[in-house]
Design a protein around this ligand. Sequence first.
Ligand code: GAL
Length: 371
Amino acid sequence: MIIAVILLPFFIHAQKSTIISPGLMWPDNEGNHINAHGGALLRHEGTYYWFGESRLRKGENDRTNYGVGCYSSDDLVSWKNEGLALRVINDTSSLLQPGCVIERPKVLYNSKTGKFVMWFHHELKGQGYKAAMTGVAISDRIEGPYKYIRSLRPNAGTWPVNFTDEQKRAIPGESSLKSWSEEWKQAVRDGLFVRRDFEGGQMARDMTLYTDRDGKAYHIHSAEENMTLHFSELTEDYLDFTGRYYRVLPGESNEAPALFFAKGRYFMFTSGTTGWKPNPGRLAVADRITGEWKALGNPCRGTEEENSITFGSQSTYVLPLNPEKGIFIYMGDRWVPEDLYNSRHIWLPVEWENGLPVLRWKKEWDLKEYR
Ligand code: GAL
């Protein structure tokens, strides 16, 4: 009996799983599948926090029970539900009223202000994906509750840094070009939608946040009808845009950006634009965060079928687990459109091949091997 009591802590420790099983249900401390989709992790004081879309469960009609979910963990495997970090506001005068859509939330810690700042893709109630706005919220505590500040279209009235004077001038008849015609595609690459959205602000759909090594933070979003990514610099307090922004991979239809810095270069996983359906993954590289970015093709190393759907996932974040040693975790979503809560989390270790990150399918893998 005494021996059993003495050995119990070791036994419990030995039981602690370090296994990641991509695509399976992932129960939290209450036994419920982790409801944090299109999300990202943030490490704070030794603990990992996972923020993501908290989707209504099938049959759940209470639309006030919706927003950004937060979970905490010390080991990346067992997660404690910290509840909704941001919740919709039950007031029809608020843009964040029930019925609106909140996607791909990300949180940064601002060491100058001591605040946590959350940005998210925000679509307005009853408008489908038309609004293409980004929302911002703030909190003193990492797990929230976050206070909603506002939603906007970024960079109204300013041109991208990497835009020529020629591109600032409209081409006669450009707004009536036939979508997907060669002339239209060329006009899009040359900034057709940047010009269209100049006054009202640029579109902001799929998004991520990234803090560069010099402390500057960027809001990276699919703009220009999802045709071009914009890397938009945030103000020092991370609560607004400075108006400096860069067009990245113009006209190449990238979504789901997930950035990381490794081996002296910036890498970015993205997807194409096929809605909830997965498509071939994409990798891009740059020497500076503001570009030039170069597309390098599909980072997946599986069967043709697996590569064509990124192992059934769409990128959302890359966790720098031990960046000096090149250890990163790819995180993606396997969406279940008719039951988004049930969407699965696809976490895979990033592997390296000729200095470039690649992904291979693993039915299960052990975090212990990636420290
Ligand atoms: C995807 C996007 C998701 C969601 C979905 C809606 O392309 O990455 O975040 O917006 O479209 O159809």
